[in-house]
Design a protein around this ligand. Structure first.
Ligand code: 16G
Ligand code: ZN
Length: 525
């Protein structure tokens, strides 16, 4: 597992030149799987080192989420179940970048500066998604942890949010019951309790669930098995097959098309991504066409925020708590306008990537954050928890708030927890998926285009990613196009996970949005 002797899961040698730079990006290291064995070893070592410094359990998730099956990734999870602290991202990039013969020296240097003490609680907890390269990379990570003399606990196949949950519970047992079963128990109990509080318990309507051929399939089945039988009716699709291929949340969001197999007209459908930390809903108005009406992360955020604000008001505690709704540049303009004008909260914008959203959301008693791609959750402060404690003596809105907050996986966006939360709120409001799509706001027409580039580092943006500052002159051209076509906005930003620049364009008219997107893509190419 060295750069020069990098053997992949098929036993093929894939040596890496000393000059090849690999950095810890938006979601850790993400590459073709054959590149990663030596990366996994070094990251396994670093996770172990961090666990010794903090004397806590640290997580290691091996996944490339919605990327194709041939990719994989390695990402460190901090003790509270959050993303790795950014100073340590630099250590990770440094360790992975150095040549083999400098590795031992750098390891020693790190160990000296970080001053390792006696660390009884130190351990690395690792899980994988369904990619064929996962086990091999976990073995490499285990060898890395051993270099730091730290126990390596391999939990096998889990969704990314389940691994985050496992890490949090290991360090903070009050958070919930331990183990994968503990996860189902916590979420299942909250679902049942909230269900009991519903004004209308009509029989369930069919939900078609596209599992992206990923780890979400067996885990969603287990979760639903832990719920009372008559509360949900689910038709599982895309359980086995090529991961994320023409299915899954990213495919549906970007293409606004039904995954294979095509969904049935009028049926409420949802898609998970490859590691089940993203969720989108959709439905078809016409089975002949592949096009669907999409309900993305913004729609979920608005549904959650509307519910929370109404309940806080009914419970007469709205003025005692702060509420933040965090979005990124990809949020549909119509959703931001609804949040501002109808919900009365100014949305906050941060750069792409869960760590930025999560960090901002933590500043509020209730921090709702969602990326348009379907990744999101809600953070609840201790003040919220002391005010809204649930129980027999509590008022109905407080009880609903309590069980809703228990259902949400507040450490990270979790497609399975979010799915149950959406299902409950639709029941609570007595809404069909069409009601949900039409009663809040309608998306401004928009398009996203991926432009492959050889060097994405030349593209630099402002902090909120809405404007390019380099290469010089490009932003002026984009502004000019937006004006010329009478569109709303467009931006281009380098991807943090792929060798592409992503273009987003929004207009009042779909044709204009498409045309603008294409033109901006052309000037990037
Ligand atoms: C990763 C991020 C996600 C972000 C996406 C952007 C995490 C856990 N995941 O999947 O939040 O939306 O990257 O990818 O941070 P991009 O930089 O390629 O557009
Ligand atoms: Zn994912």
């Amino acid at each position: 597992f060295n750069r020069r002797s990098n053997i992949d899961h098929n036993g093929q040698s894939n040596p890496l030149d000393d000059t090849v730079k690999i950095s810890y990006g938006t979601a850790g290291f993400r590459e073709k799987a054959e590149v990663l064995p030596f990366v996994a070893l070094r990251v396994g070592y670093l996770a172990a080192l961090r666990s010794r410094v903090l004397n806590k359990a640290i997580g290691l998730m091996i996944t490339a989420s919605h990327n194709p099956q041939c990719d994989n990734g390695v990402k460190i999870v901090d003790p509270n179940g959050e993303m790795l602290a950014s100073e340590w991202e630099n250590h990770a990039t440094m360790l992975v970048s150095i040549p083999d013969d400098e590795l031992l020296r750098e390891m020693k240097k790190l160990e000296e500066t970080l001053q390792l003490g006696d660390a009884k609680e130190a351990r690395v907890i690792c899980a994988v998604d369904t990619r064929p390269s996962g086990q091999h990379l976990a073995d490499a990570a285990k060898a890395g942890a051993a270099l730091c003399n730290v126990d390596f606990e391999f939990l096998g196949l889990l969704t990314t949010p389940q691994l985050h949950y496992a890490v949090r519970v290991q360090n903070d047992p009050a958070f919930g019951p331990p183990g994968e079963d503990g996860y189902y128990t916590k979420i299942g109990t909250a679902f049942r309790q909230f269900y009991e509080l519903l004004p209308n318990k009509s029989s369930p309507t069919l939900l078609m669930l596209d599992c992206a051929n990923g780890v979400g399939a067996p885990k969603a089945r287990k979760l639903f098995d832990a719920l009372p039988k008559n509360l949900m009716e689910v038709d599982f699709k895309n359980e086995v097959g090529e991961l994320n291929h023409e299915c899954g949340a990213d495919f549906v969001k970007i293409c606004k098309q039904s995954p294979v197999p095509t969904c049935i007209e009028g049926v409420r459908c949802a898609s998970l991504d490859g590691d089940a930390d993203r969720l989108v809903y959709f439905y078809s108005k016409n089975s002949e066409s592949k096009n669907v009406i999409l309900l993305d992360g913004d729609k979920i955020a608005v549904l959650f925020a509307k519910f929370l604000i109404e309940e806080l008001k009914e419970a007469k505690v709205f003025d005692q708590l702060t509420i933040g709704i965090v979005q990124t540049a990809y949020a549909n303009g119509a959703s931001s306008a609804y949040i501002k004008n109808q919900l009365g909260v100014d949305p906050i914008f941060v750069p792409t990537g869960v760590k930025h959203l999560h960090h901002e959301a933590m500043k509020y008693d209730i921090g709702v954050y969602f990326e348009a791609n379907g990744h999101g959750t809600i953070c609840f402060s201790d003040h919220f928890k002391s005010l809204i404690s649930g129980g027999e003596t509590s008022s109905p809105p407080k009880n609903r708030l309590y069980w809703f907050s228990q259902l949400i996986n507040e450490v990270v966006g979790d497609a399975l927890a979010d799915l149950l939360a959406v299902e409950l709120l639709l029941k609570y409001y007595g809404w069909t998926v069409e009601d949900w799509a039409n009663k809040l706001y309608h998306d401004a027409p928009n398009i996203q285009i991926k432009v492959p580039v050889t060097d994405r580092s030349i593209f630099q943006t402002t902090w909120d990613e809405t404007r390019l500052i380099a290469p010089l002159g490009l932003q002026d051209k984009i502004d000019h196009l937006v004006n010329e076509l009478g569109a709303i906005r467009a931006f281009a930003r380098p991807s943090g996970t792929e060798k592409t620049v992503r273009v987003y364009a929004e207009a009042e008219d779909a044709e204009v949005a498409n045309k603008l997107g294409e033109k901006v893509a052309e000037i990037i190419r």
